[in-house]
Design a protein around this ligand. Structure first.
Ligand code: ADP
Length: 612
């Protein structure tokens, strides 16, 4: 049968999204592929559909053990026989799965990479026909990727050991050129079709703020966006605990998620968020993979992530339903230190030699530098992100903080001279110089003890920027650093120093201009797209359908999105089907689910119409 028909029949989707058909056709024609698509673009269909169409058992290699169960449940709910093999299975389940797989009961088998070279698995691969191997999160094979997994290096070995080489598809959401090259080489892809889909997410508004009090700003933001769901990402578990607790104390319906909580609490909190019982999720980066919650309106970062790959993936969880959404990163200099600490802590990979470790470390630091550059850029945020992923993007997007915040080019020579002369004086007094925070405070004329202890209040530059906001002073310092008049040293205690160029400014020979931003950027226009469904105005139908979904999911013991996605419910509420034929027209409704749930939803719609 034709692939478009099967897409509707099994997955309920009307049409392929960009890139999907090309990848599927290539795999069906026996050609390897490398699919690079952003989170939420729909990678799974690219290997699940060929798996249905090809004879035999497709293997899906994934590092995300905790997600395999949900994926298998979701496939089963669509009528696609699937199973998984990983360390979460009991010995009994493990054995049963092998037996059933050997008998050809499944179309798709998820497997953790560590299992591939085991005897059991080798035997299985000899006894059943395996037409396709899909490698999910393929960037894990590269030590230049942000999540290197040594066991991914076994994949190529495993494929070589097979009597007949299957077609191989590699998929990832984040890959720079180096990582892409590594994927092709290390997975030994043969002349793969490479498809990279557009990384731009036009409905996302990007911004960076540097508030003095991050928590106060985040609270204000959440309160200003009443009724919307969102995620607040923090770099550490401790921050998650603190931010969540303070939000709850301030009356926000928030919950939390990090790897230090019990499985039970994590499951419960995640469900509370996915089922809309809690409005805000405060989490570390452990949260989010495979979360199919499409109505997330904002993703705030309480701390800067370690790299742009992580940032774009986390921020990208906002607005998956296509509605306008915001991604705001709250940056402070301390974030750089935290990120460095986390990089150091994660650089203990035993599978790597000393030299390799050093290289990984340097790459991580380079990634961090680019991430920090994002936070400090005065150019278009979207442009910066897309360029990082090797995509061409216009210089201005008109939908990010820097584009709408109207930073205008201004002459900042006078504040520049004040700052530079202050740094010169500090350098004279303290040959090692001092960090940015103390210098800002000194310029601002802070009366705190530390300033007096160091005698900074005795310098002639003490308090010469008393009337300038501290955030603003920092902004000038960033501009001066960016333009090479100041430099910040590396190491655990970075200090600020003047460069030779600074003297031209101090002598009045050069004027400095910079794009400076107004104190508070205007909020972007938040218009809904024309014809977009609005659940607030449907008289409670969407809510009724969602309640039914919750009930069905509960009875069946599956997550809500396994029954139907939010987008499917929204389409259902808009189309209001009255019979099975119309029900099948709803986007996200395939045959299997129509048979299984159609009656219940049609009844609910009927009942709602009667009571209207
Ligand atoms: P990824 O793995 O790329 O992050 P998924 O495979 O999880 O993305 O898909 C993200 C969402 O997009 C899912 O809700 C899925 O049902 C939906 N989706 C995938 N392909 C299509 C399509 N062709 N039409 C409509 N929705 C789709």
């Amino acid at each position: 049968m034709e692939s478009t028909k099967l897409l509707k029949q099994y997955f309920g989707h009307e049409a392929f999204r960009v890139g999907q058909k090309q990848l599927i056709d290539a795999l069906l024609a026996g050609r390897d592929v490398l699919g690079v698509m952003p989170t939420g673009a729909g990678k799974s269909v690219c290997y699940q559909l060929p798996a249905i169409m090809l004879d035999g058992l497709t293997l899906v290699i994934s590092p995300l053990i905790s997600l395999m169960k949900d994926q298998v449940t979701a496939l089963s709910a669509m009528g696609i026989p699937a199973a998984y093999i990983n360390s979460m299975l009991t010995p009994r389940e493990y054995e049963d799965t092998f037996i059933s797989a050997g008998r050809g009961r499944y179309k798709i088998l998820y497997v953790a990479p560590e299992r591939l070279l085991t005897n059991d698995f080798q035997r299985l691969s000899q006894s059943v026909h395996i037409p396709l191997i899909a490698v999910d999160e393929a960037h894990c094979v590269s030590q230049w990727g942000q999540d290197f997994r040594p066991s991914y290096l076994d994949i190529a070995k495993f494929i070589r050991s097979m009597t007949k080489r299957p077609v191989v598809g590699a998929f990832t959401a984040t890959a720079t050129e180096v990582v892409k090259a590594d994927i092709v080489k290390l997975l030994e892809l043969q002349d793969p079709l490479r498809v990279t889909t557009d990384f731009d997410r036009p409905n996302l508004f990007f911004d960076v703020e540097r508030p003095r009090d991050k928590f106060a700003r985040i609270l204000a933001y959440i309160q200003e966006h009443e009724g919307q769901a969102g995620i607040v990402y923090c770099a550490t578990r401790k921050n998650v605990e603190q931010v969540c607790e303070k939000l709850v104390q301030s009356g926000v319906s928030a919950t939390r998620y990090h790897a230090g909580l019990s499985d039970e609490e994590r499951r419960r909190n995640q469900e509370d968020f996915v089922y809309d019982r809690r409005r805000v999720m405060v989490a570390t980066n452990a949260f989010g993979m495979g979360i199919d919650k499409s109505n997330i309106s904002f993703v705030l970062h309480y701390n800067m992530p370690k790299n742009i790959e992580s940032y774009y993936q986390e921020a990208g969880r906002a607005g998956r339903d296509g509605a306008a959404a915001q991604c705001v990163l709250f940056f402070s200099a301390g974030d750089v230190q935290t990120a460095k600490y986390l990089i150091n802590a994660s650089n203990e990979n035993e599978a790597l030699s000393e030299e390799e470790r050093r290289e990984v470390y340097l790459r991580d630091m380079e990634r961090l530098r680019r991430m920090t550059g994002y936070c400090k850029t005065s150019g278009c945020f979207r442009h910066y992100l897309l360029q990082y992923f090797g995509e061409h993007a216009p210089d201005k997007c008109d939908n990010c903080g820097n584009c709408v915040g109207e930073r205008s080019q201004a002459d900042i020579t006078v504040p520049a001279q004040k700052i530079l002369s202050a740094v010169v004086r500090v350098e004279r007094r303290f040959p090692g110089s001092l960090g940015i925070t103390l210098i800002v405070r000194m310029l601002h004329g802070s009366g705190e003890q530390r300033i007096r202890q160091l005698g900074l209040n005795a310098l002639p530059t003490y308090g010469i920027m008393r009337d300038t906001d501290r955030m603003k002073i920092r902004e000038y310092i960033d501009a001066l650093t960016e333009q090479g008049y100041l430099m910040q040293t590396e190491g655990s205690f970075p200090v600020l120093r003047v460069t030779d160029r600074a003297w031209d400014v101090l002598r009045g020979e050069t004027r400095v201009t910079a794009a400076v931003r107004p104190e508070k950027a205007a909020e972007p226009m938040q218009k809904r797209k024309k014809g977009e469904y609005s659940p607030d105005k449907d008289g409670g139908l969407f809510e009724a359908l969602r309640a039914l979904r919750t009930e069905l999911a509960k009875t069946e013991g599956v997550p809500a999105y396994v029954v139907f996605s939010n987008a499917a419910l929204a389409d259902m509420a808009m189309k209001r089907p009255h019979n099975m034929r119309e029900f099948l027209n709803v986007s996200g409704v395939g045959e299997y689910k129509a048979n299984r749930y159609g009656r219940a939803f049609l009844d609910a719609i009927g009942k709602w119409e009667e009571n209207k």
